[in-house]
Every structure is written in C-alpha cells, then in structure tokens.
Write a protein that binds this ligand. Structure first.
Ligand SMILES: C[S@@+](CC[C@H](N)C(=O)[O-])C[C@H]1O[C@@H](n2cnc3c(N)ncnc32)[C@H](O)[C@@H]1O
Length: 356
C-alpha cells in the first residue's frame, strides 16, 4: 500500500477530529506539516467535552490539545541529560544488547509523540539520526516540532492517526512510541501499520504502557490524592494552596475526558500476542516501576492539584530523587520476588521480518 502523503494527512486529521462541528477548529493553518494542517484547540467548551464523551478520537484531540502547551511542565519533561538518560534507559532495558551495534538508526518515526519526549531524547541519546514526530493532536505536533527545532534536531511533524500511518511501506528504520498504545482503539491494527512502514529488519519499541495490575493501584491512589488535596485546601489558612475554582473546573472537565481517552491496560503476554499477530518477529517485553509508581502517581496528582509554582525546587528535587531511588529498588530488589506483570509500565519491542 502507498499513501499520497499530503492528502492523507488532511484525511487523518479530519477523521481524528471526527468530522463534527465540535472539531470545526480544524481550519487550515500552514505551519505544522508544511501543508494545510489542523489548528490546535486548547480550550474545549463544556459542549465540546460532552460530544467527545462518545467519540474517543475527538476526546484525544481535545484532551491533548488542552494539555499540549503545559505538557512538559506537567510531566516534568526536559530535553537535558535527565530525560535523555531516562529515554535511553528505556530503550536499553527493552531492546536486546546485540542491537546496539546498529545505532544510530537513520530514519525514525514516533507515534503519539506528545511534546516529543521519547524521540527527541532518543535522537539526543544517539539512537537515531533524524525523525518524524506524529500525533492525533495538532497541539502536540506543534509543540513537539517546536521542541525539536529548538534543539537543532532534524525533525518534521505531522498530524496522523496511528491506526492509519500516512507514510509509505518500508520507510523507517525505527518506530517508537511512549504511553500511546493504550489510547489507540485497535492496537493490533496500529501494530500492523507499524510493521508496514518499517523497512525489513527495522525495529519498533513502545514504552510506558500501563499494565492491568499497575492500573489497579495507581489510579485509586491518584483519585484519593486529588480528593484529599482539593478538600484539605478548603480549610481556613490553606487557601494559598488551593487552585482557583475556574482552573479546578477546567481540570475536572479534562479529567472527565481522561476516562474516555484511556482505553486499555495490558498484560505483557497480551501485547506480545498482538505484535506477533501484526506480523512482527523477535518480540519481547520488559516492565518497570512497582513502588516507584505507587509514589509517582500520587505525587503527580498532588502537583496538579496545587497552584503551579507553589512547590518549588526543593520539592522537585525530593520528588525526583525519591522516584529514582524507588525505581532502582524495583529493578534490583523487588524484581527478584515480584512477578513482572505486577509492575506498572510495560514496554514491547519487535522487528519486521527481513525480506525473503
Ligand atoms: C499520554 S500522551 C503521551 C505523549 C508522549 N508520547 C509522552 O510520552 O510524553 C498520548 C499521546 O497519544 C496521542 N494519541 C492518542 N491517540 C492517538 C492515535 N490514534 N494516533 C496518534 N496519536 C494518538 C495523544 O494525542 C497524546 O499526545
């Protein structure tokens, strides 16, 4: 199969926006893909949110457009050594050691790039030379492309649906994604698309996907934290820790969409089966974060519930170092006794069969 790229970009963006009035924000703006591209819509109204409750792809666009400009801050994403090392560690923990001799891959693609955390940092870590960042959310593509340009990387960006990747067969040496598969309705279809656009012998790696078991402890801990912080800060004397009502309302509206955009959790075995069905070979999975996730999720929720800038550097250092320490304990101690499937994050890699 081959794609007429520019047409498909417009189609994909149109269907991502569900062709509804709500998505009528998808007016042409020649900045992201270099051709007519949909414009980010960062302020969804209550009516738009209501419409998106029944349309998961529209919800993805509204929710992630809303988050795009503050995404790096919200998730403490950076493009310095801290996150470059983190991205490289995920790659090294997932991909067999023998693959190192192939680095850097020449041309890489990221699906569901968000602000570009994974691919931009993998390029900086020497995993790939150049890349294409894609996402269903125009706001995210805009931020990722801008981040790549600011870093001086060879990057292009495009609004694209991972279920119909707008590139020709056999185009990329590497396809990556972080925290994206659980948002895609038909994961196996998307993996088939990944295999299609990879060159024979090319590799994919997806990291940061929630496990079935991990979701059972992470989400309840987050919900409890949100309720505790938003109620405790109503007490007299704690108003300085309370976010303005309008901001909390906007967060609640976005949180309502979160339930619509988070579609799956996985067991490592499920993911491996889907990748095999999609035509991949040399498939394997790894998992990370057990106690680190039990700390990380409440901390992130706490950060979102209080006014931005209220916590300061001391807190940020404490949070980061606590998380690193627990991650080390999870990788080196808990891994001896806790089953792999109990960890919070699962990562998968595989290869497109070489041409026979
Ligand atoms: C949780 S965010 C992760 C962003 C980034 N990869 C990261 O790890 O920081 C998921 C991203 O996937 C995108 N997404 C959701 N469904 C998608 C789809 N069908 N095709 C492409 N991107 C999608 C969202 O717009 C969002 O930017």
């Amino acid at each position: 199969m081959s794609f007429e790229e520019t047409d498909t970009v417009t189609d994909v963006a149109g269907s991502a926006a569900a062709g509804s009035d709500v998505a009528g924000s998808a007016a042409a703006e020649p900045d992201v893909a270099g051709s007519a591209a949909p414009v980010p819509n960062p302020h969804a109204t209550a009516e738009q949110v209501e419409a998106a409750r029944h349309d998961s792809k529209l919800a993805q666009v509204l929710y992630h457009d809303w988050e795009a400009e503050s995404y790096d801050e919200k998730w403490s994403i950076s493009y310095d050594k801290r996150c470059v090392d983190y991205a490289r560690d995920l790659f090294d923990a997932t991909v067999p050691f023998s693959e190192q001799r192939k680095l850097p891959y020449d041309r890489a693609l990221e699906l569901g790039c968000g602000s570009g955390f994974f691919l931009l940092n993998l390029i900086q870590a020497g995993v790939a030379r150049r890349g294409s960042v894609t996402d269903l959310s125009p706001g995210m593509v805009k931020v990722a492309t801008r981040n790549g340009e600011n870093l001086g990387l060879e990057i292009d960006g495009r609004v694209a649906d991972a279920e119909g990747i707008p590139y020709d067969d056999d185009t990329f040496d590497l396809v990556v994604g972080h925290a994206v598969l659980h948002h895609i309705p038909d994961v196996e279809l998307s993996l088939r698309e990944v295999v299609r656009v990879l060159k024979p012998g090319g590799r994919f790696i997806f990291a940061g996907e929630p496990t079935n078991a991990g979701e059972n402890y992470a989400r309840p801990l987050s919900t409890l934290t949100w309720r505790a912080v938003t109620n405790v800060t109503k007490l007299p004397g704690l108003s300085g820790w309370r976010r303005p009502k309008a901001e909390l309302d906007e967060s609640s509206r976005a949180a309502a969409l979160e339930a619509v955009v988070d579609l799956h959790t996985f067991s490592p075995g499920d993911l491996e089966r889907m990748a095999h069905n999609a035509g991949a070979v040399e498939v394997s999975t790894a998992t990370t974060e057990f106690t680190a996730a039990m700390l990380g999720w409440p901390l992130r929720t706490f950060e979102a519930a209080v006014p931005p800038g209220r916590l300061g550097w001391g807190y940020a250092k404490f949070a980061f170092h606590s998380w690193i320490t627990l991650s080390w304990i999870d990788a080196n101690l808990w891994s001896r006794v806790v089953p792999k499937s109990w960890y919070y994050n699962v990562m998968i890699t595989g290869v497109k069969p070489a041409a026979s």
